[in-house]
Design a protein around this ligand. Structure first.
Ligand SMILES: C[S@@+](CC[C@H](N)C(=O)[O-])C[C@H]1O[C@@H](n2cnc3c(N)ncnc32)[C@H](O)[C@@H]1O
Length: 286
């Protein structure tokens, strides 16, 4: 699968060095952290390293300070468990915007088959390397130009043979993907140029009785989503309320069955972290 979203391709063309076609684009490692910058940031070496640490790193590497928010650690594991606990049939799971694959590998402990899709070629390459080799070396930023070496390893109970990764666009998925018992879209919604297009199509990939787990900090930025396409968050309606209203209008009938706050922590460097609290909502296809 190699679905290219045109506007992003244009942005990339202006800012990256093309080596050999789209799948080999290189973004300078000097780009800002994934806290900002727009979608092209997810092709950067820095983003791959930040997410390898976020998804596979040791807790003490992600947050070495004893006073830090430890409850925000192990995010990929916690969201995979949240999805699994609410889902009765555990045949097929889909992780949309899977990044380097941490949650997909945790899902493989529970589901017979897991598919991970991400728009970033470099994230998917890293996820595939984790699947094939079970490990991947990377560097974490300490300060300025000082880096330390780290080795990402698969979660202990992961079943990599059950997991497949593909580059693709969550807003433009082919019907040939089939249907799933669980679809997770974690911290994806507010990183999409067309979140409503995504919401309009995603439930068609759910089996009856299956769950859509939408997780989002509603961290809207115009670098990713034009203001007119935000889901709520403009004047008098918060994103959760706008989202529920929007999902009620879908052709595919959905029922909200669970909601909880899910904290997460991404290390940027030795002394800087992104702490977020995502809103996690489980929708059941009825
Ligand atoms: C904030 S990260 C979240 C990654 C991961 N789900 C997590 O929770 O750690 C957003 C992810 O969405 C991916 N992404 C952005 N637009 C996408 C699209 N149209 N289709 C699929 N993935 C997309 C990015 O490449 C990135 O991996």
């Amino acid at each position: 699968m190699n679905m290219i979203r045109k506007p992003l391709t244009l942005i990339l063309a202006a800012q990256v060095t093309w080596v050999r076609g789209v799948s080999q684009c290189v973004v300078p490692s000097t780009v800002r952290s994934t806290a900002a910058s727009g979608s092209q940031v997810y092709e950067s070496k820095r983003a791959v390293s930040e997410y390898l640490l976020f998804h596979f790193g040791a807790s003490d590497d992600i947050m070495p300070y004893s006073f830090g928010p430890k409850s925000a650690l192990e995010f990929p594991q916690r969201i995979a468990e949240l999805g699994a606990v609410h889902t009765a049939n555990k045949r097929r799971a889909l992780d949309l915007g899977c990044s380097v694959g941490g949650a997909a590998f945790h899902l493989s402990e529970h589901f017979d088959e897991v598919v991970g899709i991400d728009f970033s070629h470099h994230f998917v390459d890293a996820a595939n390397q984790m699947k094939l080799d079970g490990k991947m070396g990377y560097q974490i930023l300490e300060q300025g130009q000082i880096f330390s070496e780290r080795l990402a390893r698969l979660p202990q109970n992961a079943r990599p043979e059950r997991v497949t990764f593909a580059q693709g666009d969550a807003t433009n998925m082919p019907a040939s993907l089939g249907t799933f018992d669980l679809i997770i879209a974690s911290n994806l919604l507010c990183r999409l140029p067309q979140p409503k297009k995504f919401l309009d199509s995603v439930s068609k990939f759910l089996n009856v009785g299956g769950n859509l787990l939408l997780i989002s900090p509603y961290s809207w930025l115009e670098e990713y989503t034009p203001k007119e396409d935000w889901v709520g968050a403009l004047s008098n309606q918060y994103s959760y309320d706008a989202l529920i209203e929007y999902m009620k209008k879908q052709d595919v009938p959905l029922l909200e069955t669970h909601r909880e706050d899910v904290p997460f922590l991404i290390r940027e460097h030795q002394r800087k972290f992104q702490y977020g609290v995502s809103d996690a909502i489980v929708f059941k296809r009825i």
